[in-house]
Design a protein around this ligand. Sequence first.
Ligand SMILES: Cc1cc2nc3c(=O)[nH]c(=O)nc-3n(C[C@H](O)[C@H](O)[C@H](O)COP(=O)(O)OP(=O)(O)OC[C@H]3O[C@@H](n4cnc5c(N)ncnc54)[C@H](O)[C@@H]3O)c2cc1C
Length: 332
Amino acid sequence: MFASNSRGLALQLSNHLKRLQSTLVLAEHNNEKLIPITQNAISAAKKIGGDISVLVAGTKCAPVAAQLSKASGVSKILLAENDAFLGFTPETLTPLVLATQKQFNFSHIVAGASAFGKSVLPRIAAKLNVSPITDIIDVKAPDTFVRTIYAGNAILTLKSKDPVKVVTIRGTNFEPAPLEGGSASTEQAAAGDYKTDVVQFVGQELSKSDRPELTSAKVVVSGGRGMKSGDNFKLLYDLADKLNAAVGASRAAVDAGFVPNDLQVGQTGKIVAPELYIAVGISGAIQHLAGMKDSKTIVAINKDPEAPIFQVADYGLVADLFKVVPELTSKL
Ligand SMILES: Cc1cc2nc3c(=O)[nH]c(=O)nc-3n(C[C@H](O)[C@H](O)[C@H](O)COP(=O)(O)OP(=O)(O)OC[C@H]3O[C@@H](n4cnc5c(N)ncnc54)[C@H](O)[C@@H]3O)c2cc1C
């Protein structure tokens, strides 16, 4: 009788263990708007199971907290408004997260693997004396995660024995949690003096664009060294406008000064997985593929039939981009 019930018992136990999990998600925002990767992080937290709280820290972020309180699956919003958090520096945010952790004893601390998450979470992990688990693409169990290594050429499943799992998630691998259907309560986060002399936020220069944001765009048009100059990127902007696409670039294009570096796609740039990725004048180096090979459909335009990009492209056109890109744009 025990044997026949053992599966049910195991299931009950695993559900019970899931309930014991409690995750703190660090919200990423600019005080006015939520950055969408936060919604992907909430979905990852749901997959871990258990209770989800979201920490919203900034200088004036009550509107973002209000927006997040509607996210389905979130039970609590912790709001921390303080001038110290100007520029979202890890040095000021870490003591806040540690104070919050001391108060609630979360089993998991999660953020998106964006520049923000990548800068804050490893510092928190070091302070908690645990190993950070970075850029996960799946959750197998509350202690077992999947991530890529070697620029996306191997998949690693890892089991963490740390008491607190500090995890960044790859936004493109988790659906965004909708900002509706939920009704989380909002509380003030642990108060404290979070000012520091260690670091000072001086200012920022953001590239302004009306196009969709690169990491969440449904269509991305990217240019490489084959574009030859920054001026020629106009061809890609025109094509992108027809497709409501974001524009990306290879590192060679960035290094040559054709476009700013926040457009870089790849191992050391952004990871994208749009419905459609159009690579124009890009050879398809392994470090570039690391950032886009999970795209649903890949189109390559390159005059070299041997270019490695054709090995991952669903549709390839061996042609001179200066001829075919304007043609394509005019036909759309
Ligand atoms: C540690 C490390 C990290 C890196 N990280 C990144 C990264 O994050 N992202 C990244 O992109 N790279 C990265 N790189 C660089 C990477 O190795 C390649 O050098 C880079 O991706 C090459 O860019 P590209 O394809 O634009 O240039 P190239 O390799 O020079 O390719 C240009 C392509 O344009 C084609 N072409 C030229 N003229 C035309 C034309 N008129 N019409 C059609 N096609 C044309 C050519 O046939 C060629 O295939 C990294 C490298 C290292 C070592």
